[in-house]
Write a protein of this length. Structure first.
Length: 504
């Protein structure tokens, strides 16, 4: 097992070697039924309750291709600038594994539905890096093994294993990049940015929620090193099923340092699969990696070829939504913000809530202000995401409307948001229940203004002497007396009127 003591520093690794990456991302499609049968894909069902002779591989059971799965694959391929095959077939990928009930996986081998594409991704500083796509192909997911009795949850040390085949047969799209070269020290950042951008594309297409924490999207990180100036790729390792953006970056970084340590000491890299450990940010050996020929691929005899018509493909292309990078570029210009500000919005997960708030009637600046300010703070304090807060974009837009009308000031608006988050009702209901509306009526403010003047004669004299700026202290006294509900602008006007002083 490689430990942190076996590593060279990241800087030393990059001084001697150039990293080469390949990223394989599996996306679980959000279809109602499985890829080759009518079993439900709904999560949370009793183990092995969503199975049938087809997805269990019973003799004589014949599969039928899920048309929605094919359409989703075409949508993904087009969004990734791929060519769409005019004719392609499924294949059997043969290997024994307990969570493969058929002892083969129905996949695509040398005839993928989509190929030769690319995805442009933005790094933290706004630089764009193009990742070329080798292929995107259709296949089915495996079942799920749960190893019981061990300390790590893995098969080593477990007393027994439980198998749930509900997931077996769920449609997957596997998206495979071409070798990613030229990223240098930014290779881990590129890996993270690619998976993040790919996730946003998948979500924009509506083909999957792509929630990595739920296994709906997972990434295999292939990495090798070449000595500086070399042209031949080194031996690669494949870190399997990495399930968060941060972990993709950490896995790539760790493997760069591990490979460099092995090579610098005269060792040889073993082509193998590896497991990533969230707690330490390290990887450990899994199994020796098979080559394609070891899987004994052959065409699936029970499924007819898939031949998307050119007319259908063009109909799908014409119906594609605005893709995330194009959308962000447009919004950045419309809102007049910097790339750094847009990156902060993306990092906070605030882009969709802000857009929805604007669509509900708020201006862009106000929508950004509340989601990136008060609401981001609340999410951070409660340990949740912005979309997990108990407030809707429509409610945030209503708060901004009340502020624009002068019914609320920022201080009162924060209290309204606090009330909505606490489940006290809509913004208007919270205003009524808490009595938070701004007081702008002269008769209601007059007494507080007179008391502030009487209680601060020295300040009043300064104002009469022409020091209008001193009025701020009296405005503050009135705001305190009215619990922040006074209309500050009107209060200042009344103070100057009472003291016989003009604004100028």
């Amino acid at each position: 097992m490689t430990t942190t003591t076996d590593l060279v520093s990241y800087e030393d690794a990059l001084a001697s070697y150039d990293p080469v990456m390949g990223l394989e991302v599996h996306v679980e499609l959000g279809t109602k039924t499985k890829m080759f049968c009518g079993c439900s894909t709904e999560l949370g069902a009793e183990p092995n309750s969503q199975t049938c002779p087809v997805c269990l591989g019973m003799p004589g059971a014949l599969p039928v291709v899920n048309a929605t799965g094919v359409e989703s694959a075409v949508r993904i391929g087009l969004a990734l600038n791929c060519s769409i095959a005019e004719w392609c077939r499924f294949a059997r990928k043969n290997y024994f594994y307990p969570d493969m009930p058929k002892n083969f996986q129905t996949s695509q081998y040398d005839e993928p539905i989509a190929f030769d594409g690319y995805l442009d991704v933005q790094l933290e500083d706004g630089e764009t890096f193009r990742v070329e796509i080798e292929r995107a192909h259709m296949e089915e997911d495996t079942g799920k093994s749960t190893h019981v009795g061990g300390a790590t949850g893995r098969i080593h040390g477990a007393s027994h294993s439980l198998l749930d085949y509900n997931r077996a047969g769920i449609p997957l799209i596997e998206i495979v990049t071409k070798p990613i070269v030229g990223a240098g020290e930014r290779a881990p950042e590129v890996a993270k940015a690619y998976v993040r951008e790919l996730r946003e594309v998948i979500r924009a297409l509506g083909v999957s929620e792509a929630r990595m924490e739920m296994g709906q999207m997972r990434c295999d990180v292939n990495l090798s090193l070449m000595p500086k100036g070399a042209e031949k790729f080194g031996t690669r390792s494949e870190t399997k099923n990495v399930n968060s953006l941060r972990s993709v970056e950490r896995a790539a970084r760790f493997e760069i340092m591990r490979h460099a340590a092995v090579l610098s000491s005269g060792g040889t890299i073993v082509q193998e699969t590896r497991h990533f450990h969230e707690d330490t940010g390290s990887t450990t050996s899994g199994r020796v990696k098979e080559e394609a020929e070891d899987y004994r691929y052959f065409p699936e005899p029970d499924l007819v070829p898939v031949a998307p018509s050119r007319e259908w493909v063009e109909e799908i292309r014409a119906a594609l939504p605005e893709l995330p990078l194009v959308r962000r570029t447009r919004l950045l210009a419309e809102w007049g913000i910097s790339a750094t500000e847009m990156q902060a919005i993306l990092n906070a997960g605030a882009l969709d809530p802000i857009v929805a708030t604007i669509e509900a009637g708020a201006d862009a600046a106000s929508a950004r202000k509340w989601w990136m300010g008060e609401l981001a703070r609340s999410a951070n304090e409660s340990g949740t995401s912005l979309d997990g807060l108990a407030i809707t974009s429509q409610q945030v837009a209503r708060v901004t409307e009340l502020v624009a009308k002068g019914d609320l000031n920022d201080k009162l608006a924060r209290q309204v948001i606090e009330g909505v988050l606490a489940g006290e009702g809509t913004p208007d209901e919270v205003v009524d229940k808490r009595g938070l509306k701004v007081v702008s009526d002269d008769s209601a403010l007059g007494t507080a203004v007179d008391e502030a003047i009487a209680g601060n004669p020295g300040i009043a004299d300064k104002i009469r002497g022409g020091k209008v700026a001193a009025a701020g202290a009296l405005v503050g006294a009135v705001m305190k007396a009215t619990r922040g509900q006074a209309d500050a602008a009107r209060v200042k006007e009344l103070i100057l009127e009472r003291l016989g002083v003009g604004e100028g």
